[in-house]
Design a protein around this ligand. Structure first.
Ligand code: AMP
Length: 283
């Protein structure tokens, strides 16, 4: 496995693979890797001759007061995990090489970026779209892998790739969960033991919404109400949003629900912000 930090070296590496007719799969991450990230690596491994993982904690997607400086950065462990998974190249750029002095160009995906995460984290999707497009230029891979755990982010990336004619295929991978249902996240490491014990209630709330749908509720309000009631049982949670949305547009879902809609939520557990989502009807 190789590691490079200079964008020009990374680009040269990818182009050399493609000269040899090797397909390159890219897994963009912020590091602190867990089984969720590794599932994307395995999907890439399965499809492509070469796998690149990028590790970059992207300042542009954090708002003031968020955890940019304290975000976990277990570099050695991340490299070991990549090595073990058969990753070929790890790209770990410096902040100053990704955002040059005087940097002033941003990608804004309108509409999709407005609700849910976008409403609570100003600049988040602008930061994500900007860094992902930079990565796609630096690492012109054939396929890039994203997790459904961040469903709105996936939709924003797909929209950007389509609108800007970026020649890369986007593949979505299912959310990987702990045995108790908690979606894996690098931020789960912030949870105290008591918070960790309470955390699965977020997923259980989504499942309560799904059960309401499966027992016949076709009105979005009935589904979200069932989910909110379940979350309210765990008083440590401070809810930011819990919404039923169209899976493509992220606009509020309308009755009658078809089952293809997403039930998406974000909540604080102490000072840790957790997000999760499920499709109302599995599959
Ligand atoms: P992050 O390092 O949090 O920016 O995530 C990098 C990629 O891993 C994104 O495409 C995420 O959607 C994906 N990811 C994060 N957590 C999970 C999970 N639990 N299951 C599947 N994919 C995930």
């Amino acid at each position: 496995m190789e590691t490079v930090s200079r964008p020009e070296d990374a680009r040269y590496w990818v182009l050399a693979c493609q000269d040899r007719k090797e397909r390159v799969g890219l897994v963009p991450t912020m590091g602190a890797l867990h089984e969720g990230h590794l599932s994307l690596v395995r999907a890439a491994r399965n499809d492509c001759e070469r796998v690149v993982v990028s590790i970059f904690v992207n300042p542009a997607q954090f708002s003031p007061g968020e955890d940019l400086e304290t975000y976990p950065r277990p570099r050695q462990r991340d490299l070991e995990l990549c090595e073990r998974e058969g990753v070929d190249l790890v790209f770990e750029p410096l902040r100053g090489d990704m955002y040059l002095p005087g940097h002033s160009t941003y990608v804004h995906v309108e509409g999709l970026s407005a609700g849910l995460e976008g409403a609570h984290r100003p600049n988040f999707f602008r930061g994500v779209a900007t860094v992902v497009l930079k990565l796609f230029h630096i690492l012109p891979a054939d396929v890039a892998y994203f997790g459904r755990k961040d469903a709105q982010q996936l939709a924003v990336v797909r929209r950007m790739v389509q609108d800007l004619f970026v020649p890369i295929e986007i593949k979505a991978c299912p959310t990987v969960r702990e045995p108790d249902g908690l979606a894996m996240s690098s931020r789960n490491a912030y949870l105290s033991p008591e918070e960790r014990a309470a955390a699965p209630a977020l997923y259980q709330a989504l499942m309560a919404g799904r059960r309401a749908f499966l027992s016949g509720a076709r009105d979005p309000a009935a589904v979200t109400e069932a989910a909110r009631r379940r979350l309210a049982e765990e008083e440590r949670f401070l809810l930011q949003y819990l919404e039923c949305v169209d899976a493509e547009t992220f606009q509020p879902a309308v009755a009658p629900l078809s089952g293809r809609e997403l039930l998406a939520t974000a909540a604080f557990l102490g000072s840790t912000r957790l997000i999760d989502n499920i499709q109302l009807q599995e599959g």
